[in-house]
Design a protein around this ligand. Structure first.
Ligand code: D9Q
Length: 117
């Protein structure tokens, strides 16, 4: 049977959604541990334990430089921020709790927006 021609995915509005989502993350009161790269010089063990550091300012830089092709690539990096946080911090710690709250907020936000695609 004839292959159904795929309409080219218009990822431009997906990237607009990424900018909205990132702005929401940065504005959240629990975003403070994630706004800039962890200073591994002042956080002993971080560089050894966390192989792929990620933070909101780095994500913003990547968005600005068009390094995300779609929403999915963007979500992978946001989840990396939260996975790194869970790996390095006790659940029952200031930063650990902030990470869990931020992940819950993000999951709710992007699923709300997803309904528009
Ligand atoms: C995500 N994460 C962050 C840290 C951290 O110490 N961030 C600095 C937070 N300070 C707040 C005002 C200036 C900087 C440590 C471990 C970790 O997993």
């Amino acid at each position: 049977c004839a292959k159904k021609a795929k309409t080219p995915k218009d990822s431009s509005n997906e990237l607009a959604v990424c900018r909205v989502l990132l702005a929401d993350l940065e504005a959240h009161q629990d975003a403070w541990p994630f706004l800039s790269p962890v200073q591994h010089k002042s956080v002993p063990g971080y560089r050894k334990v966390i192989k792929k550091p990620m933070d909101f300012s780095t994500i913003k830089e990547k968005l600005t430089n068009n390094l995300y092709l779609n929403l999915e690539n963007f979500i992978v990096d946001v989840n990396l921020v939260f996975d790194n946080c869970q790996r390095f911090n006790e659940d029952d710690s200031e930063i650990g709790r902030a990470g869990h709250r931020m992940r819950r907020f993000f999951d709710k936000r992007w699923t709300e927006l997803l309904q528009f695609f």
